[in-house]
Ligand binder design. Structure first.
Ligand code: NAP
Length: 247
């Protein structure tokens, strides 16, 4: 059993889906968790669920693609928690379309929420983690950032960018004992994949060696491991959680 007692974590996009499950799993392992979401109500509801696990929870609201809102969100975080031991950059969106029909605003929105947000949050986390000479940063990428996916040029580019950001920050922060890793989920059953038609789901499932979609818990398990001392000698890596889709 992984023990995160005494650790403080911040998870973005934690109002629902994978982010909420990550927050709950970190709390079950003993961490105190701040849950940030663009929707204050879902952050509040998810934080109440984390509290019922027995951990301290802090609900924060911010659009993580906005520099000013991220700054304010971190200052609220540090009014509630003294340290930042684990940062999980999870917030993400899709705006799918083949490139010929992809609107510039949808390119910008996806790059801003999925990639710029990680730059902004890592920048805010850098000073306190460096001062503490330790920390864990976990970026939620996607297998699509490794293998590409027709109709998701914006999303794939954002997730490939997140992998580049992960490897670069791993190098920048290694001497301060800050581990920076990415988790690349495959197809996970959440609101994001509920949008797919049954025929698309069947087509995708047929490509997965384990022949099933993953669950938010599968992703959260990898995050808890990377957030723990068990991952001490692991940095700059991309851990795929995908039933064998990418190998
Ligand atoms: P989800 O159910 O859509 O949840 C995403 C969460 O992020 C929502 O609570 C959403 O808030 C929040 N969010 C969106 N934009 C935000 C912003 N600008 N600032 C702050 N919060 C924001 O998605 P999910 O399936 O759990 O995905 C979580 C992460 O895993 C994403 O990075 C996604 O790309 C990645 N991923 C998912 C899958 C999959 O199969 N589901 C596969 C690979 C990777 P609202 O609900 O209020 O909009």
């Amino acid at each position: 059993m992984i023990d995160l007692t005494g650790k403080n974590a911040l998870v973005t996009g934690a109002g629902r889906g994978i982010g909420k499950e990550i927050a709950l799993s970190l709390a079950r392992a003993g961490a105190h968790v701040a849950l940030c979401d663009i929707d204050p109500d879902s952050a509040q509801t998810a934080a109440a669920d984390v509290e019922s696990v027995g951990s301290k929870a802090l609900a924060l609201s911010a659009n993580v693609s906005d520099a000013g809102e991220v700054k304010e969100m971190f200052s609220s975080y540090f009014s509630g928690f003294e340290t930042l031991d684990i940062l999980v950059n999870n917030a993400g969106i899709t705006r799918d379309s083949l490139i010929m029909r992809l609107k510039e605003e949808h390119w910008d929105a996806v790059l801003n929420v999925n990639l710029k947000s990680a730059y902004l949050c890592c920048k805010e986390a850098a000073r306190p983690m460096m001062k503490a000479r330790g920390g864990k940063i976990i970026n939620i990428a996607s297998v699509v950032g490794i293998m590409g996916n027709a109709g998701q040029v914006n999303y794939a580019a954002s997730k490939a960018g997140l992998i580049g950001l992960t490897k670069t920050l791993a190098r920048e922060f290694a001497s301060r004992a800050i581990n920076v890793n990415a988790v690349a989920p495959g197809f996970i059953q959440t609101a994001m994949t509920d949008k797919l038609s049954d025929s698309d789901k069947e087509r995708l499932t047929n490509q997965i060696p384990m022949s099933l979609l993953g669950s938010p818990q599968d992703v959260a398990n990898a995050v808890v491991f990377l957030g723990s001392s068990l991952s001490g000698y692991i940095t700059g890596q991309v851990l795929t959680v995908d039933g064998g889709l990418v190998m």
